[in-house]
Design a protein around this ligand. Structure first.
Ligand code: NAG
Ligand code: NAG
Ligand code: NAG
Ligand code: NAG
Ligand code: NAG
Ligand code: NAG
Ligand code: NAG
Ligand code: NAG
Ligand code: NAG
Ligand code: NAG
Ligand code: NAG
Ligand code: NAG
Length: 704
């Protein structure tokens, strides 16, 4: 099974061990974050499973006693699409029902109590597919809430189901930014809507929903959340419900060239205009703060706003700095915390007493938690509160302890409570201990090592197959990550699940070369204008280290795979010596021709990473172009490229496949018409896994 030389006896042992298959990976529960109620005694989360018999998902909402850790089922059904804790009692909730009675493409809002969820009642039927519910109780006892939806230029929420199809499908544009991620852009943009529920024990919507964003426009119109990945983390409501903050991309700049975004403050009742908190070149704004803003969050007393912002006006992966502003339009008085901290936090929550923040950010291959006091000077260096794992979300409980939802390479979801110094207080759930699909997975499946690289030490994860025996040899699966600013983290993935690859019979090595985030900004930023130099040298160094160090790895029968930037790197490797070390290569939605980066929509990314334009700095694009090295292409190559991928259009994958075919290199092309840069549909994902695994298992000798 593992190698051609494995004995029959060994095979018998190996086959009795349960390994994770693609079917199990895709069917296993996918859990949301665990969201605590105001007192921190209870929490809710949803879990969605998939059946290969019915080909349908099933969603169960669970209730958790955060003191005992006991989990019980609360509601069965995906019609509850979001649930928030709010209302007169500690157990009161509001939820969004993803349907409404008119069945017109809208949603509906229900109020209830987790102790009697069947008695929840309809509060409002909303005529558009709103999402991103945030709600608080006001001093008057009403509920002020926020939702978001696409909206027309006149501010009205957009409901696709109610729109008449035009007679012609023409799309006409006069400026760049015509499509983004998987969507052709139109005059419709996301907006934050505010509403109020009144009536105590029988709540109802008072008035109608107000669009808080649509009046803000200049060169471009404001949009919040920012497409395509923005969510309710792009806005917040003050604890008393009186004020709202939201972020939008800079309205004075063309959208394709810049990442700059600003945060606006507006009364929830819309009585006065929104004002920018960190106005571009505003008098309160630190002079270097020009880039993308993130995570605006009111302090517990509502007097302050914490947020993150990058300096670089067009660098999407610049360092996030932590800022505090007064939530007072007459004096925003902005201060920066721990300005010299050499990492880029991406999540923020306030401590209950408002004297410090808890932040999460990439750190040495994990997404870790840190505490930063409001008094933190530039030189303050926070210490990590967590160690292993990738924090997906966290909440600060009234006790000051942290309720964490994370994942690991060996567990799809762990829920636990830690103290502010990292002491484990309650372990609530470890998916690998309860999900049958994940049975047997654990920390023993993973280790890491460092290698001397081009400019610094390079970290790599190593993932072992089930039943691993160090006296045997397993072919290498070498997986290169996307970004390039990003990384392989100690996280569960349903798209690139290392353990599922390993359980085909490989030792997986997942390196974090130059460009990776979490080893200091200099290591990450050195990728600029160096796509094919430092990271390639690092990958060669890691491969040589693996080949010379780990006797249990059969590097000579290995395979290499990568998506996005990892796909670009795979195409680059195909034309270089490292390409000859592998028996097969896999490119998922990668770049074949660097000039093709002008057919993607995020020109800020292209012009930053290649440090200039295709006309003024063409050498930067030419130097590490995979197309320059076609004459060396020889290794069997599996190509995936999806039609809805507008980040890197399908022509990149077709070009790669056509050249491989014309050169006589064994190759296969897989494409999904309904998938974007990622493969999300589970039935498509199963085909993706089966086809790729059949290809690599053939060439690595695992299956003959
Ligand atoms: C949670 O569990 C604890 C300990 O078992 C118990 O004392 C408490 O009443 C429970 N809380 C709720 C809200 O059920
Ligand atoms: C939900 O379904 C599960 C079985 O899938 C069952 O055990 C549980 O009792 C149900 N919960 C509710 C609240 O109906
Ligand atoms: C919630 O509080 C209201 C009073 O505000 C009370 O009438 C109601 O019974 C409470 N509900 C529960 C489930 O405790
Ligand atoms: C959701 O709304 C539908 C009507 O559109 C209703 O039949 C269903 O019971 C609702 N579900 C919940 C959990 O409120
Ligand atoms: C806003 O524009 C849309 C699309 O043109 C239209 O359907 C809607 O009626 C308008 N809303 C108002 C309040 O005028
Ligand atoms: C609207 O909200 C602001 C801020 O809370 C408040 O000062 C103002 O009085 C409110 N206006 C109305 C008409 O309620
Ligand atoms: C639009 O942007 C320009 C350039 O930043 C600025 O001078 C002008 O005041 C803005 N106009 C409005 C209405 O905000
Ligand atoms: C966008 O950036 C490019 C390259 O720097 C520049 O040539 C172009 O004029 C910019 N476009 C706008 C609308 O500012
Ligand atoms: C502005 O911030 C500084 C430093 O935190 C503080 O000393 C000052 O009192 C603040 N000013 C206002 C008006 O809040
Ligand atoms: C912080 O990280 C280090 C490794 O970098 C780890 O040894 C330590 O346990 C972590 N601290 C906590 C409190 O988890
Ligand atoms: C890989 O390791 C093997 C065994 O140690 C060695 O014979 C071979 O030369 C190495 N290959 C390369 C390219 O370093
Ligand atoms: C990017 O271009 C600028 C201007 O030409 C140059 O000063 C800088 O060194 C370049 N950066 C890199 C990483 O090549």
């Amino acid at each position: 099974m593992y190698t051609k030389t494995v004995s029959a006896a060994a095979l018998a042992v190996v086959s009795s061990v349960v390994a994770i298959t693609p079917e199990q990976l895709l069917a296993a529960p996918r859990r949301s974050e665990l969201s605590p109620n105001p007192s921190g005694e209870l929490g809710v989360f949803s879990a969605t499973t998939y059946s290969w018999n019915t080909h349908e998902t099933e969603t169960i909402w669970h209730l958790v006693n955060l003191t005992s850790g006991r989990i019980s089922s609360l509601y069965n059904g995906s019609d509850i699409s979001e649930l928030v804790w709010v209302g007169p009692n500690d157990t009161s909730i509001l939820y969004l029902n993803g349907t409404n009675e008119e069945d017109n493409g809208g949603v509906s809002l229900y109020a209830g109590d987790v102790t009697a969820i069947d008695e929840a009642y309809l509060v409002a039927s909303l005529p558009a597919p709103y999402s991103g519910l945030k709600a608080v109780v006001t001093p008057a006892g009403n509920i002020n809430f926020l939702l978001n939806s696409l909206a027309w230029p006149n501010g009205t929420a957009y409901n696709e189901a109610l729109v008449e199809q035009p007679l012609s499908t023409a799309r006409i544009y006069d400026s760049v930014y015509v499509r983004h991620w998987d969507t052709w852009l139109t005059e419709r943009k996301n907006a934050v809507f505010a509403g109020t529920l009144a009536g105590g024990n029988k709540l109802s919507l008072r008035g109608s929903l107000r669009n808080l964003v649509s009046n803000i426009a200049n060169v471009t119109r404001a949009e919040s959340p920012v497409q395509p990945f923005g969510d309710s983390g792009d806005y917040d409501i003050s604890p008393d419900g009186s004020q709202v903050i939201f972020l939008t991309k800079n309205i004075d700049l063309p959208l394709s060239n810049y990442t700059s975004s600003q945060i606006y403050l507006i009364p929830h009742n819309g009585s006065s205009a929104a004002v920018p908190v960190n106005a571009f070149s505003g008098k309160s704004t630190p002079s270097n703060a020009k880039g993308a803003s993130a995570r605006p969050t009111f302090s517990p007393d509502g007097t302050k706003i914490a947020y993150l912002q990058m300096d670089g006006i067009s660098y999407e992966s610049d360092k996030n700095k932590i800022y505090i502003a007064n939530a007072n339009p007459s004096s925003f008085n902005i201060t920066v915390l721990a300005a010299n901290w050499d990492t880029t936090p991406d999540q923020v929550q306030w401590a209950p007493d408002g004297s410090s923040l808890f932040v999460a950010g990439p750190d040495l291959g994990n997404e870790r938690l840190f505490q930063v006091p409001l008094t933190a000077a530039a030189a303050f260096k926070p210490t990590n509160i967590t160690d292993q794992g990738d924090v997906a979300a966290f909440h600060v409980l009234p006790s000051g302890n942290l309720l964490v939802s994370d994942s690991k390479i060996w567990s799809s979801r762990d829920f636990y409570i830690v103290g502010p110094r990292g002491r484990l207080i309650t372990s609530i759930l470890r998916a690998n201990e309860v999900d049958p699909e994940l049975a047997g997975l654990g920390p023993k499946d993973v280790s890491e090592f460092y290698t001397d690289g081009s400019i610094a030490r390079v970290q790599s994860w190593i993932i072992y197959p089930t039943g691993f025996d160090a006296s045997k040899k397993y072919p290498l699966a070498f997986i290169v990550h996307g970004g390039p600013q990003g990384g392989h983290y100690n996280a569960w993935s349903t798209r690139w699940n290392f353990k599922t690859w390993a359980d085909q019979g490989y030792v997986v090595v997942a390196p974090n070369p130059v460009g990776s985030t979490g080893w200091g900004m200099a290591f990450q930023d050195a990728i600029q204008d160096n796509w094919g130099s430092y990271p390639y040298e690092d990958l060669v160094a890691v491969w040589e280290h693996v080949n010379s160090t780990f006797d249990f790895v059969d590097a000579e029968n290995g395979i290499e795979a990568g998506a996005s930037y990892g796909g670009y790197m795979t195409n680059f490797i195909q034309g270089h010596d490292l390409g000859r070390k592998f028996k097969a290569l896999v490119t998922h939605d990668g770049m074949t021709n660097t000039a093709g980066s002008y057919s993607t929509e995020e020109l800020w990314f292209t012009q930053h990473d290649f440090n200039g334009t295709l006309w003024a700095n063409s050498e930067n694009y030419h130097e590490f172009n995979p197309l320059n090295f076609i004459d060396k292409w020889a290794t069997p190559h599996f190509v995936v490229h999806n039609e809805l991928d507008y980040r890197l259009p399908v022509s990149e994958g077709l070009m790669l496949f056509n050249i491989l075919q014309e050169r006589g290199v064994p190759s296969r092309f897989l494409s999904f018409p309904d998938e974007n840069h990622w493969v999300l549909n589970r039935e498509n994902s199963l085909v993706w896994h089966k086809e790729i695994f059949a290809w690599i298992n053939h060439y690595s000798g695992i299956s003959k």
